[in-house]
Design a protein around this ligand. Structure first.
Ligand code: ADP
Length: 469
């Protein structure tokens, strides 16, 4: 089968979260199984761009409202990722340092999608599947089916994977002239709640839709940031497929970011060495349980509760544990977490920003990983933590519910709680400190979780079945 993935992120070219990890891994595993998988994404100004060779494969142009854009498609020349990576360059629009967060993101990603569809319409042969990811690629199925210029693509099957339904790519109708001329009888396929909604359009137009866990799909039926009814109508073509983890990147035995690599046999000694180094660097006490948080500092992740959870836990449990936070996001949460450091010196530290290397070191050096998420479509962090022998403390939601079982239950191995409240999270932290005081039980759990298989092989096969369907 030939599959082309359309996405705003793909690790290691550009990643802001789980979307990048998934689009960097799934095509690789599809290629390993003998299929042709390609990725097309915007050309941002990232390190990867400057450190790799690219060749120009196509040049084209299109109109978007009263703008005229010339675009270039370049391809990574050495196949370093194990699949073909294509980048779309639209001068001035996409070649920026950040992935998201600009005032003209609507224009940027609409132009990106038009360029992709325009380029595909020039191909002599067609892929079997166009696989679009999240709202930044959500208009692609509509454009392929209903824009007059791209009618030659209308019979190609499309799949939408929803990594996060909170963000939907809303666009005022006054911008509808951005979309290349289309059959106006089909306008309803663009709309939800009186506005153009890219994600809703993709849910309506894609041949099949999947979310990145079963648990999340069920939640979307009653909590989908306004799209609940749409998910209920379209339930028949929606599936849940749990993400995998790329074990070529995420393996404590081979991890290029770790000085002390480890496996099942020597985790006790080597994990301790990783923790020691991390604690020394961040002024923390290596003999206490180290609880870390890694992620976007936003309400979805319940990061707003972290300052109070950390403060209360340390205060009421008399400094029995250490906390280390790595993240970026809401400036107010960043500010609060940075300031907390002054009051809790020696018990807590933080690094605000995005740091791939440090994240690996934290998965390896921590005892526990805290994920109190309000919404978690799949969550990769807990799966990385498991592989690195770090016990996840999670709220029972979305993909977390599907992947972590409380150690109080038969065959359980994590710490689970029900509500994203300071009280519930602190109680889970308390349980972690109690568990830490039972080294034998800890070791038993670590041995068990390091062997849990969340590799991509299984999920890749399920995706292929979805394509076949
Ligand atoms: P989401 O996509 O909602 O942010 P996921 O759990 O699916 O959450 O994926 C998060 C990914 O992003 C993980 O690989 C995690 O390690 C990484 N990550 C998040 N924030 C940071 C950060 N500040 N520095 C390094 N890696 C980060």
């Amino acid at each position: 089968m030939e599959i082309i993935h359309v996405s705003a992120e793909c690790y290691p070219m550009a990643k802001a979260g789980g979307l990048g990890d998934v689009v960097g891994a799934l095509p690789k595993y599809q290629t390993k199984l003998g299929h042709i998988a390609k990725v097309v994404m915007p050309m941002y100004r990232t390190k990867f761009l400057y450190n790799h060779e690219f060749e120009v494969v196509h040049k084209g142009a299109f109109g978007m409202a009263h703008y005229w854009f010339e675009y270039t498609i370049i391809k990574e020349a050495t196949n370093v990722l194990g699949f073909d990576l294509y980048l779309v360059d639209i001068n001035g629009l996409l070649n920026r340092e950040k992935i998201y967060g600009y005032d003209d993101d609507t224009e940027r990603f609409t132009a990106f999608q038009i360029a992709v569809v325009d380029w595909m319409s020039k191909w002599h042969h067609h892929p079997d599947i166009v696989h679009v990811h999240d709202h930044q690629a959500g208009l692609v199925p509509f454009m392929m089916q209903h824009c007059y210029a791209y009618k030659n693509l209308s019979s190609i099957k499309t799949i939408l994977t929803i990594h996060n339904a909170q963000y939907q790519g809303w666009m005022d109708w006054s911008k509808s002239n951005y979309i290349p001329d289309w059959d106006k009888w089909k306008s309803g396929l663009l709309e939800w709640d009186n506005t153009i909604n890219s994600l809703a359009s993709a849910i309506k137009c894609a041949s099949k839709v999947n979310t990145v866990s079963h648990g999340y799909l069920e939640e979307l039926m009653y909590m989908a940031n306004g799209l609940e009814k749409l998910f209920q109508y379209e339930r028949g073509k929606c599936f849940g497929i749990l993400n995998g983890i790329d074990t070529e990147v995420w393996d404590p035995e081979t991890d290029k970011y770790l000085d002390e690599k480890y496996g099942l046999k020597d985790f006790a000694e080597k994990k301790r060495a990783n923790k020691k180094e991390l604690c020394a660097r961040f002024n923390l006490e290596e003999n206490k349980p180290l609880i870390v948080f890694i992620g976007r500092l936003v309400g979805e992740k319940a990061a707003d509760l972290l300052p109070q959870v950390i403060g209360d836990s340390i205060y009421f449990m008399e400094g029995k544990m250490n906390f280390l936070v790595l993240g970026s996001g809401d400036p107010y949460i960043e500010y609060q977490l940075s300031n907390l450091h002054i009051h809790l010196f020696g018990y807590y530290n933080t690094q605000i920003g995005y740091n791939e290397k440090l994240s690996h070191e934290m998965y390896a050096g921590a005892d526990f990983l805290l994920m109190p998420s309000r919404i978690e479509p799949c969550g990769l962090n807990q799966m990385y933590a498991l592989r690195y022998g770090t016990i996840p403390i999670v709220r029972r939601t979305g993909g977390l519910k599907d992947t972590v079982k409380d150690f109080g239950e038969p065959d359980g191995f994590g710490i689970c709680f029900n509500t994203a409240s300071v009280g519930d999270i602190c109680h889970a932290v308390y349980r972690a400190t109690e568990l830490y005081d039972q080294p034998e039980k800890m070791n038993q759990i670590i041995q068990h979780i390091m062997q849990i298989d969340h590799s991509w092989e299984r999920s890749t096969e399920i995706y292929l079945n979805l394509y076949r369907a």
